[in-house]
Design a protein around this ligand. Sequence first.
Ligand code: HDD
Length: 716
Amino acid sequence: MARKTPATKSPQPNTSKAGSKGKRGESTASSSVGKSGETRGNGDELHQHAGGKHPVLTTNQGIPVADNQNSLKAAPRGPTLLEDFILREKITHFDHERIPERIVHARGTAAHGTFKLSKSLSKYTTAKILTETGTETPVFCRFSTVAGGAGSVDTPRDVRGFAVKFYTQEGNWDLVGNNIPVFFIQDAMKFPDLVHSVKMEPDRGYPQAGSAHDTFWDFVSLMPEAMHMIMWAMSDRTLPRSLRTMEGFGVHSFRLLDAKGKSTFVKFHWRPVLGIQSTVWDEALKLQAADNDFHRRDLFEAIEAGNFPAWDLAVQLFTEEEADAFPFDHLDPTKLVPEELVPLQVIGRMTLDRWPDNFFAETEQVAYCPANIVPGIDFSNDPLLQGRLFSYLDTQLSRLGGPNFHQIPVNAPKCPFANLQRDGHMQMHAQKGRVNYEPSSLQGDSPRATPPGYRHHATVDDGAKGRVRPESFADHYSQARLFFRSQGKPEQAHMASALVFELSKVGTAHVREAIVGHLRHVDESLAQRVADGLGLDALPPAPPAQVEARDMKPSPALRIIDRMKDTLEGRAIGILVDDGSDAATVKAIRKAAESAGAMVKIVAPKLGGARLSDGKRLAADGQLAGTPSVVFDAVAVVLGDEAGKKLAKDSAAVDFVAFAWAHLKAIAHDAGAAPLLKAGNVGKDAGIVEAGDAKAFIAAAKTRQWAREPKLRMLA
Ligand code: HDD
C-alpha cells in the first residue's frame, strides 16, 4: 500500500546552487522526493539568473503550462497518470526529434549569404542571376564531409561537399558541387556501390568517416575510372585547413542558353578569396582529437567576428565544337577541363554573412537538388548528372517525410510560386478556391503555364538505345597522371604517403597490390614509392588499360602549396603565456598579428590567464591542455624564466611546441621559452624566430616551412 505523505512544498530537483560541487542533481533530487514526497513548484526558482521577459510556456495547442518539472501523479509517490497530456505531448515530440540523416554528406555546416554578379553573361544566357550585374541574390551554402555520419568529425581525409542554393528571382538554382572538380565514377548506376564501399563496413560497423579500409579500395581497384579522383582524394585537397579556404566545383558541364536557344557549355568554379590552404596529414589526424567541430567552429567564429568568408564564382565557357576538339570527353565526370585550355572568368562573388538561427531547421532541413535550375541554364548529358537529377528529390521524400519539403522556409523559393499540386504530408498552405486542375475556366487567378517559361535545349542525340559506356570515356589514366605530375615535390610526397597510409589499413594483400598496379599507369615513380612504402618486394603487374595514359602539359593551377595566399587573413595565431611572461612582447605580437588580419588567441595553463610582467592579469581564450597548437596556423611562446622551466616538464606544453614544429608552422619564442623548445625538440630554421621580432614572425606565419618536412617525417 502507498505510504501517505504530507503534501508540502519542497525544493525542486536540480535547484542546488551552481557552486555546490559534485552534488548537482542527484543529492537534491533524492532528498526532495525521499523526505517530503511531493513537489509542486512551477520551477521559477530554476530560472533565477535568466532575466528578460519570458513568454508563457504552452503546449503545442497553446494551453498554458504552470509546472514544467513534475508529471501528473495519482498521489505524491504514486504512478504517473496517462491523463497527463502535457507530459505525453512533450515526450512524444522529443521521441520524434530526429529525422534520417543524409545517406551521404550527413555531416555539414551551413551559412546564409548573398551572391553578387559583377560580369554579365548576357551574350550566353538569359538567366537573370548570370546577367543582372549588381543584383544581390540570397544564398544558403552548406559544406559537408561525405562518408561520415552527422555526428562524425570535421577533419577526416574526405571529399567536401560545397552546395549553394541561390534564391533567384526566377526560382531556386542549386549548384551542388564538391571541393574536387571530378568524380569517382562515370555513371550514376555505380553511385550506390561507391557509397556502400566507402561507408562503414556493414558487418562490423566501422570505420566511420574514412576511406582507409578494404571495401573502398577493393571497389576502386576494380573501377579504374576512379583513379583520377583518387589522385585528388590522396592529395592535400581532402585536408582543408578551413571551409573558408576550399575551392568548390560544379563538376559537370552545364549548358547556358541564350534567348534563341543557342547553347554554350559551362563549368562552374568557386575560388576562396582567402586563397586555398590545407593541413598536413598528421595535423588533420590530431585535429580530430583536439576539436571534432574544427571547421564548423571556425566558420561560426569567423562570421560572428564579421570576417565574412567569400568566394569568387568563375566560369569556363566553351562551344560544342571546341568541346569536340578536346582530347577527352567533357561529358565524362572523371575529367576536368584544364584552366590552361579554357581559362576561368570571374563573374561574381558569394559572401557568407549570417549564421543560421537554428541548425536543425536550416542546415539539417535544407534540401539541395541539382535538378533545381532556372531558365537560361540547362543540363548536359553527363550520365552522372542525369542520375543525380532523379536522386536528390527522391531522397528528400524519405529524409524530410513527404512531398511538401519545398515549403520549409530554407527550401522555399523567395520569388512567387504557384501550381496545382495539392495536399500531402505537412501541407502548410491553405490554397483557396475550387480550381485545383488545369485547364479550367472557373477561376481567374488559378496558375497557368505561360511562355517562354523554362525551355530545354533541343539536343540531337543519335545512335542506338543501350546500356553502354561511350568509347570516349575509356581513358582512365591520362588526367590522373596530369594531376600527379602537376604537383610540386612536397605535394607529390604527401600523395605517396597518403596512399601508403590508406593501403596499410587494407587487410587484403591482393587489393593493395591491384592499386599499386593501377598506379603504374599513372606514374611509375609513384607506384614504386607506394610499393616501397608498403614493403612490397616487387612492383605488381599493371592491369591491362583500355587506353594507355598520354602525357599532358602540367597544370600549375592544380596545386595548393604554391597558390597559398601571402596573408594572415583568415588565419589563427596562438600565444602561449604564463605568469611572468613579458607583457610588451605579448602585446607587440598580438598587435602585429591582428593588424595583419589574423585571429589571435591567448593560451595559458589556466583559463583564468596569467599575471604578466606588468603585474596585470591577461585572461586566456583557451586552456593549454584543451587548446593544442594544431588549432593555430602559427604560434608564439612568450614565457618568463621560471614558467619556461616549469612548462618544459608539462606534456601539453611540450606537445604545443613539438607539434607546431612537426606541422611546419612558424614559432616565435623568447629566451624564457628556450627550455620548452628544447624539450619539444624544436630545431632551427627560417620559421623559428625571435619573439621580439614581430615583423619576422608575421612574415613566417604566412606560410608553412616546407623545407622542414623531410627532416622530421618519413615521407613515401
Ligand atoms: Fe550527391 C548529397 C555532391 C553525385 C546522390 N551530393 C550531396 C551533397 C553534395 C553532393 C554536396 C550534400 C548536399 C547538402 O549539403 O545537403 N553528389 C555531389 C557531387 C556529385 C554527386 C558533386 C558528383 C559530381 N550524388 C551523386 C550521385 C548521386 C548522388 C551520382 C546518385 C545518383 N547526393 C546524393 C543523395 C544526397 C546527396 C543521396 C544525400 C542527401 C541529399 O542528396 O540531399 O541524393
